[in-house]
Design a protein around this ligand. Structure first.
Ligand code: FMN
Length: 243
């Protein structure tokens, strides 16, 4: 195809890393690539925290699972929605900052556009990466570890390092089960796509030596209870308006 698309196709989450470092030069390159992602009206409502302190990393690794890779990977980052700089600008202008759900959504959307560019840049250099949603297991504790000001809202972590494993590539739902023209399909058609995907996903699990299961079984388990129920309270405590 072309080198960009080939690079995207080469993605798989990497969870084991060698002891080799991630260089500052590569981090600077990945930051610039990340920041070139589109951002709503150029508001740039996000920031990245790089955690180098070993004790902080260990505390985050523990609350995220534990997930030892958070401590052991070459570089660990936390991607945050960052409304603080906007709060400061509005206050300095003599007005009151008015929080809104729109501002929170823009923060999470633009942070994620940044994060995927950031991640892809690292992968293009040859590093392996793994996002870490596990940091949301205990955001109040994470906040204590990081002492974040109002307006800064951690969303997920990112491990980066030189790969020490070569996981197989995950099959995707067929594009015609994800790309719809002009209208959303019937539930029967959606079920047919899900059934087809279950077949390839089951084979993927078998190839990885995982317990036999289906994608539907994993989804039914994951979405039949409310995960991480304290999130709204935490984000509100940081100044988000979720109404
Ligand atoms: C926002 C986000 C959070 C994730 N959190 C974790 C995590 O805490 N631990 C982990 O091992 N993998 C995590 N992952 C990786 C996913 O499990 C992985 O992307 C998924 O299984 C698909 O595999 P692939 O990335 O190899 O295609 C996360 C991925 C995303 C996008």
């Amino acid at each position: 195809m072309n080198p960009t698309i080939d690079q995207m196709h080469a993605h798989r989450s990497v969870r084991k890393y060698t002891n080799d470092p991630v260089t500052d030069e590569h981090i600077t390159q990945a930051m610039h690539a990340g920041q070139m992602a589109a951002t709503s009206s150029a508001v740039q409502p996000y920031c990245v925290l790089r955690i180098t302190d070993s004790a902080k990393r260990q505390a985050i690794a523990d609350l995220a699972g534990p997930q030892p890779k958070v401590h052991d990977c070459g570089a660990f980052f936390i991607i945050c929605a960052d409304l603080r700089k906007h709060m400061l600008i509005v206050e300095k202008s003599g007005k009151d900052y008015d929080s809104s759900l729109e501002a929170f959504l823009v923060g999470t959307i633009d942070a994620s556009l940044f994060a995927q560019n950031f991640t892809l840049a690292f992968e293009s250099i040859g590093y392996g990466t793994c996002y870490i949603g596990g940091i949301r297991n205990d955001l109040p504790l994470l906040d204590k570890v990081l002492n974040l000001p109002e307006g800064v809202m951690p969303l997920y972590g990112l491990c980066v390092g030189v790969p020490d494993e070569s996981p197989s590539s995950r099959p995707c739902i067929a594009p015609d089960g994800m790309l719809f023209v002009n209208s959303y399909p019937s539930d029967d058609e959606t079920h047919a796509h899900i059934d087809r995907y279950n077949e390839v996903y089951t084979k993927y699990l078998a190839d990885r030596g995982a317990k036999p299961s289906t994608w539907s079984a994993a989804i039914a388990k994951k979405f039949s209870y409310a995960a991480r129920p304290g999130l709204a309270e935490f984000f509100r405590s940081k100044g988000a308006n979720l109404d």
